[in-house]
Structures are given as C-alpha cells and as structure tokens.
Design a protein around this ligand. Sequence first.
Ligand code: NAP
Length: 310
Amino acid sequence: MSINVLFAAKAERWATYEPTLKQAFDEAGLDANLRTQMPPEEVDYIVYAPNSDLQDFRPYTSTKAVLGLWAGVEDVVGNKTLTQPFARMVDDGLTRGMVEWVTGHVLRHHLGMDTHILGQDGLWRDHVPPLATDRPVTILGLGALGQACAEALASLGFPVTGWSRSPKAVTDITCLSGQSGLAEAVSGAQIVVLLLPLTKDTENTLNAETLSLLAEGAVVINPGRGPLIDDEALLSALESGQVGHATLDVFRIEPLPKGHPYWAHPNVTVTPHIASETRPLSASRVIAENIRRGEAGEPFINLVDRSLGY
Ligand code: NAP
C-alpha cells in the first residue's frame, strides 16, 4: 500500500520539491503518494515548512512523523497541537553552504580584505596579515553547523574554541560547555561566530558582559538567529571599539527595517538571511531516509527535543 505524504509549504516550493522528493523516494524504494492536499486522517507523513498554512496538527490522527524542511525550529516547538514526532532538517547541502559562508566571512576579516578591496586609492598599504594560527576563533554552538564550521576553520590553522550545552570532544577543537564555560569560551576571542538555536536559554548570549570579554576590536559573525545578540549592547560595543566589525545575517525583525542603525553603521555588514539554506535534493534524501526508517520501525533521525526547544 502507498505511503501518503503531504507536502505542507508555501505553494512556490512545490515546483522545486516535487521532483526531488519523488527522485529521493524512488531511490529509497518507497512507494509514496506525494500530494499538497489530502484528507488529514489519511496522512502518514508531513513534509513541513514552518511558514506553511498548516498550523493545527490535531486532525492528522494517523501521522507518524512531521519532517521539517528547516534547520531552525523556534517557530514550531511551541505549537501544542504538534504531538507527533517532529524532525528538523540536517542536510549536507545546507551544512556545506554554511561552512562556505562562515569561512568566507572569517577570512575576509582575518586577512583584512576590505583594506585593499575598498582602498584602491594609490596608497601602498604594506601591512601583512597574521597567520590563522595567531587568530583565536570561537564558535558558539557545536551542532551540525557549528561543528562543521569549527572543523573547517581548524583545518586552516585557526585555534578554534567551541561552546555547546552538553560536553563534547572534537579533534583539534577546544570544547567548552554549559553556562560556566561561556565566559572562558569568549574570553580573548578575536572572531566569534554564533551558530546556536534560538531558545529561552540562548537569547542575548552575546550581551554587554560577554562582549566585554572578547579581544578588543573583535569581529562578531552571526548566521544563527538575531535574538542571540543584545542589539543595544552590540551597537555600544561597536561605538567603543570593543567590537571592530559585525557581520550579521539574521535579525530580530526580518527583513531588517530600512531605518535600523545596522544598515548605516560603517562597521556592520548586513546580509539578508542568506548564509545557507536547505538544498532540495540532499534535503529530500534526508526526508526519504526518515520515512524509510518510520516504515521499517527504526528510530527517526534529527528529532527535536521539545523540552530543550531545539
Ligand atoms: P544543532 O545541530 O541543533 O546545534 C545547536 C548547537 O547549539 C548544539 O551544539 C547545542 O548544544 C548548542 N546549544 C543549544 N542550546 C545551548 C545552550 N543553552 N548553551 C550552549 N549551547 C547550546 O543546530 P544546527 O543545525 O547546527 O543549527 C544551528 C542554528 O543555525 C539553527 O538553529 C538556526 O537558527 C541557524 N541557521 C541559520 C541559517 C542561515 O541561513 N542563517 C541556516 C540554517 C540554520 P548540544 O550539542 O549540547 O546540544
């Protein structure tokens, strides 16, 4: 019997995902009936984008799992109607994209590229950048994305410190954890990258106190979530020179309002939440693998722990 899979996302995503999901289901040997509409009580699995119209999961009484297309789940974990197992997206394509974005922005600041890209004015500026080995980098969040970025930066020679909720051991990374590890993780960092999920515990992780512990003139790079940073504290730290530059991809309000001080600040780079996104074919294969697991009675992968909020 066919497996009924409901695709619940913005209508424009259907044209992208229909062929890749079908390909992935075929590759996994799944006989799946993939639709954007079907009677709720007949749905076995929901492929889900949090900005879809589907917000009330109560009618989906036979649904075995809701399979998210997004890595960030802060808009979903509070939905009390969602009682089915809920998996978030961990996609190799999304991870690779984030590694490239983070590495690019770290190298921009490490090498001081702006000096030459923006300074084609006839002045011979012969300052040679330090080696990566002399540039401590801290990654806040050592999950799927943070760990991949930490390993990529360590492979270039940066001394990398990573911070997570639970203790970790990752080759070539100094791993710190828990609230007590945060001060040590940020102390003296010249570049700090935020790749935490947004939860009640992670809001304002970078605040006046933690910003004051960074090396003077440090660079803040945030592809995580806007509320991880106390914006007022960051603007003050930019004014005082405690932070030399902030490259921000995510904000409390998106799109970032036109009059927001970040847009005009000479030491802030705004990117429009493009650091990385789910790549349809690799993401479809992750969805297919979870459906295969569900049908085989195996545990789902990438399940969200609703009590932790991520
Ligand atoms: P993940 O695998 O769930 O990893 C989250 C990491 O944060 C884990 O290491 C976790 O610790 C740590 N963490 C959570 N709460 C913490 C706390 N209270 N204190 C210390 N560490 C804590 O998530 P991911 O896939 O790497 O994604 C991270 C975030 O990136 C997403 O939530 C999303 O907001 C953002 N994102 C942004 C874009 C973009 O384009 N800008 C794209 C994709 C994702 P444990 O390891 O101990 O669990």
